[in-house]
Ligand binder design. Structure first.
Ligand code: C5P
Length: 409
């Protein structure tokens, strides 16, 4: 899921023109407008005549808090919304739903209503969210029109496969609002990580005792998921190796679920050398039960001793042979934060250690926020004050990129 924080930082104070054309999926667009406004965007809605059969302009006027443009030559048209100035003002134009009809108009440069005129006149990126009957979508004329537009730099999200309003099954459903928002943040984001291949580990590991019990820790996975999402939004190719976390799997990120530290070790070690950066945000269990019972252990005695053996230290293993890979570790501490974290930075040969005192209110496991200090082998510690995990993720990525730029000289 795209976090509202990445929307927040990316679309804030930007003008997004939403073009609504005549498809039943138009009923989902007020939610898109609401989300964009909540993230601080200025939203201007343009409706085609057909769209107004599905949703009223009043609905869009209310959610966008702006007049809605429904006609080319409305008498009350003010200078700032006249088609050319709106096309100029737009930082992004999103056409959702985009019917076969408007796609055909855009592909052939028609400018016969406000929406097609705006799309023809704008220099801003245009994102289309097609929605139509499966036969209209697969028709070669629509496919060619979409190809033409893609070749001209238009972005296209979806359509998805599923049950269509016309009763058919197939490809033609408009993408979910969440996916459209994801693409909006990708298009408008800084894209400064586009050269990066980043492996992120997240969550706890679970070390089985018997078929129903395990040894684990309180990690929620939130920090690692926020890092994976933020890196992908900034254009990186991201792989996420995650222990069991009760979070929605991030969209469009290659996600490899694991349970144990040994599985995380195997999946990480076979991939890290192909990466530019590895971020070990997972709370890997240091020990696992020496043996896993085949059947549920019965309570027979007054006490029970569980023998644990050491798990491999994944970070240490990578640090020994890191090649050109930039390695980031996390140190969750309950005492002597900086001393312990610096010790780990040196011992594990990492390039950046993110230290957090998990006893502080608003920091650490299962919290929505975090408070961290960034440590490097040679620089002074940098404390990042309490902030959402999404914002902390952005700051960690900024730091990685700054160190890399500095090394390049
Ligand atoms: O030594 P400590 O467990 O505190 O180090 C934490 C860092 O090391 C984290 O980045 C964690 O993901 C990583 N780690 C690891 N393998 C382990 C234990 C920790 O990669 N077995």
């Amino acid at each position: 899921m795209v976090s509202s924080s990445s929307e927040q930082t990316i679309v804030h104070n930007k003008t997004v023109v939403i073009g609504v054309s005549g498809g039943i999926a138009a009923y989902k667009i007020p939610e898109l407008v609401r989300r964009l406004r909540k993230a601080g965007a200025e939203v201007r809605v343009v409706m085609t005549e057909h769209a107004q059969h599905f949703v009223t302009p009043l609905t869009f006027q209310t959610v966008s808090n702006n007049p809605v443009i429904t006609e080319m030559f409305a008498p009350m048209m003010t200078a700032d919304v006249a088609h050319i100035s709106l096309a100029d003002k737009a930082d992004l134009v999103v056409v959702a739903p985009a019917t076969a009809n408007v796609i055909a108009k855009f592909a052939h440069g028609l400018a016969e209503d406000f929406l097609s005129t705006t799309v023809l006149a704008t220099k801003a990126p245009v994102l289309l969210a097609p929605a139509m009957n499966v036969n209209m979508y697969t028709n070669s004329v629509t496919q060619e029109n979409l190809q033409t537009l893609k070749a001209r730099g238009f972005y296209v999200v979806g359509p998805d496969k599923g049950e269509l309003a016309c009763g058919w099954e197939g490809t033609g459903r408009m993408s979910e609002v969440e996916d459209i928002l994801h693409d909006i943040t990708m298009i408008m984001g800084p894209n400064d990580l586009k050269e990066e291949k980043i492996l992120v580990t997240a969550g706890p590991t679970q070390e089985p005792i018997d078929p129903v019990r395990f040894v684990s820790n309180r990690s929620s996975g939130k920090m690692g998921y926020a890092l994976a999402q933020a890196a992908a939004t900034r254009g990186a190719e991201v792989t996420l190796i995650t222990g069991p976390a009760s979070l929605d799997p991030p969209q469009r990120i290659k996600t490899i679920p694991v349970f144990t530290a040994t599985e995380m070790y195997q999946e990480t070690l076979k991939r890290y050398k192909a990466m530019t950066t590895v971020i070990m945000a997972a709370a890997v269990s240091d020990y696992r039960p020496a043996q896993q019972a085949h059947n549920k252990i019965k309570k027979e005695n007054d006490s029970f001793t569980l023998k644990l053996v050491r798990n491999p230290d994944i970070l240490w293993e990578m640090g020994r042979d890191k090649g050109s890979c930039f390695i980031v570790g996390f140190a969750a501490e309950t005492e002597n934060l900086l001393k312990n974290a610096r010790g780990k930075l040196t011992a594990k040969n990492v390039d950046l250690m993110v230290a957090n005192d998990v006893t502080k209110p608003g920091a650490g496991f299962d919290s929505e926020t975090n408070i961290v200090t960034l440590l490097t082998p040679d620089g002074a510690p940098e404390e990042i004050a309490k902030a959402s995990k999404e914002l902390i993720a952005q700051r960690i990525l900024d730091k990685i990129m700054a160190i890399k730029a500095n090394r390049r000289g």
